[in-house]
Design a protein around this ligand. Structure first.
Ligand code: NDP
Length: 247
């Protein structure tokens, strides 16, 4: 158990795989009560059962982050089951890589809906709760593709991650004082993210690029570091990459 993580109630979107699932396992092992959100109920229930079997606290809540109402219901469920919300990790995401000239407009919209609007809906749901409590912590998962334009192919994905950084910094500036805001910017991490591209050549490129990926647990540890700081310390940004990654 670790101080400042133990007994905290942590909501994690995109908890059914990759970074979200790894973060849920790590935080639960350190005594947090975790609220697992994503669309795949079977994956969430299996992870919640695994965490409970290990002596942890977990609740699964099927959530589509493109629906503002789902985020409201998610936060309300966390409050009902565990009494409060200390941290919201806006982690759900989609990476569909293709050159702009392929005009994959549907994929642009899905990335904007999940990666940007999903984060905003999470903020809309948790912010009033954090303000009422006089404390809370937003952790938004952006990317190194939010620091540099990942082009050709990742232009729209990069656009969504630049937006997450901008929104996070504005949020910090507007509501800081008692509410903490952390942006996590990972490089290549092993997860299902690399499977999100329908453009054949881009998909092959991504899978090859991801041979250098580091385990999702590396990001989970960075998130835990931000949470475990004392309440008067706000870790605003963490960038982490595989040591061998150039981009
Ligand atoms: P995964 O594809 O493994 O996980 C993505 C998660 O998001 C899944 O749990 C998925 O669950 C969930 N998700 C997708 N769409 C929705 C939706 N509409 N509503 C709710 N949940 C949804 O990838 P990662 O773990 O790698 O990704 C997590 C975050 O990390 C993303 O924001 C990604 O952009 C970011 N990131 C990842 C990097 C990497 O190299 N892996 C690098 C930098 C950033 P389900 O399908 O069950 O809904």
């Amino acid at each position: 158990m670790s101080q400042n993580i133990e007994s905290k109630v942590v909501i994690i979107t995109g908890a059914s795989s990759g970074i979200g699932a790894a973060t849920a396992r790590l935080l639960a092992s350190r005594g947090a009560a975790v609220v697992l959100a994503a669309r795949r109920a079977d994956k969430l229930e299996a992870l919640a059962a695994e965490i409970r079997a290990a002596g942890g606290k977990a609740e699964a809540v099927v959530t589509d982050v493109t629906r503002a109402d789902d985020l409201q219901a998610l936060v309300a469920t966390a409050q009902r089951v565990f009494g409060r919300v200390d941290v919201l990790i806006n982690n759900a995401g989609l990476m569909s890589i293709a050159p702009l000239t392929e005009l994959k407009v549907d994929e642009w919209e899905r990335m904007i809906d999940i990666n940007i609007k999903g984060v905003l809906y999470g903020i809309a749901a948790a912010l009033p709760v954090f303000q009422q409590q006089g404390s809370g912590h937003f952790i938004n998962v952006a990317s190194v593709a939010g620091l540099k334009v990942f082009s050709p192919g990742g232009t729209v994905y990069s656009g969504t991650k630049f937006a997450v950084r901008a929104i996070s910094e504005g949020l910090r500036h507007e509501v800081g004082g008692s509410i903490r805001t952390t942006t996590i910017e990972p490089g290549a991490v092993d997860s299902e993210l690399k499977l999100g591209s329908s453009h054949e050549q881009s998909s092959a490129f991504v899978k090859d690029f991801y041979k250098i990926a580091i385990p999702a647990d590396a990001v989970a540890r960075a998130i835990a570091y931000a949470i475990e700081q004392p309440a008067d310390v706000d870790i605003n940004e963490i960038v982490l990459r595989p040591t061998v990654q150039e981009f």
